[in-house]
Design a protein around this ligand. Structure first.
Ligand SMILES: [Mg+2]
Length: 298
């Protein structure tokens, strides 16, 4: 299996709080965002590298005036460490492996409207849209069972949804919160609890100035996924994004997840997705069938 590894080999250790080695901190943060494995070989106390690396070898400081020579000496002998042991943690003669590879979790990211809850028809406007008020919120068929199946198989289940309704002036902030509450109540009535919810409330042409921005979290950008990855130490390569739109597939693909489209009837979006290079790995009519498909392949 191919794996990209970011190797951080430094005499001193980056420190985010003290603004030390700022570029290295940025590189490490980017590596985390895109789900790359990080191997650190650093001096002092390991600093920020030790905090975020999957494996961090900390070179002991014998003499604070000779940190760099110690690191150089370590480089000579480090060839034997190119194949670290598979299980954590072990101590060797020059430092400590901090193994976290096996701790990374897999996740299923869910778009909300059209995947978790039904879309709503507004006859007065002739449109189908997200629920504007809590009483319009209905879970889609099989959603609680599907979430249970994913969680039983070791996946975290996380909502990742664009919700520009407040920005556009369609709904009030309290209605948005009430819809979230209703969703959680309806799920909890069936003993189902989400592992996380990530929403983008922005829109580049928002009526409400506070939300008017070309942000990095609005799908098709992968910012919502990256935020969850950082918060929960998620392995994107083992994770899925399940949505009902082109932007869901684009966001999931950009983040490095597998992608699955929820599509009723035939897939009208497939030709468009094919042209955009983000065709999902499969199409299923609802979340329950999606869960059965994904878990069968485990
Ligand atoms: Mg949707």
């Amino acid at each position: 299996m191919k794996m990209t590894v970011f190797l951080c080999y430094r005499s001193a250790a980056a420190n985010r709080e003290k603004n030390v080695s700022v570029n290295l901190v940025k590189a490490l943060e980017y590596a985390r965002q895109v789900g790359t494995r990080i191997l650190g070989i650093v001096g002092r106390d390991g600093g920020y590298t030790a905090e975020v690396a999957d494996v961090c070898i900390i070179i002991p400081v014998v003499d604070s005036g000779n940190i760099t020579p110690h690191t150089e000496a370590f480089r000579v002998s480090s060839g034997t460490l190119s194949s670290p042991p598979p299980d954590a943690p072990v101590r060797n003669e020059v430092g400590i492996y901090k193994m976290r590879l096996s701790n990374r979790t897999k996740a299923v990211f869910l778009d909300r409207d059209g995947v978790v809850n039904e879309l709503v028809y507004f006859p007065e406007h002739g449109i189908i849209d997200s629920p504007f008020i809590a009483s319009q919120f209905r879970l889609c068929r099989g959603v609680p069972e599907a979430i249970k199946k994913f969680q039983s198989a070791g996946y975290k289940v996380i909502i990742a949804s664009n919700q520009p309704g407040i920005a556009k002036g369609h709904i009030l902030p309290q209605d948005f919160q009430q819809i979230r509450k209703t969703m959680k109540i309806q799920l909890s009535q069936q003993d189902v609890f989400l592992d996380g919810e990530y929403y983008c409330l922005h829109h580049p042409e928002a009526k409400v100035e506070r939300y008017r921005t070309d942000c990095t979290c609005r799908k098709p950008k992968p910012g919502l996924i990256y935020n969850a990855v950082l918060d929960m130490d998620i392995d994107v390569a083992e994770s899925w994004f399940i949505g009902d739109n082109l932007t869901d597939m684009q966001a999931g693909r950009s983040a490095g997840c597998h992608t699955l489209l929820i599509g009723k009837m035939h897939c009208q979006l497939c030709a468009l997705m094919y042209n955009e290079g983000v065709k999902p790995e499969t199409v299923k009519p609802d979340l329950l069938e999606a869960a059965d498909f994904i878990l069968k392949g485990e």
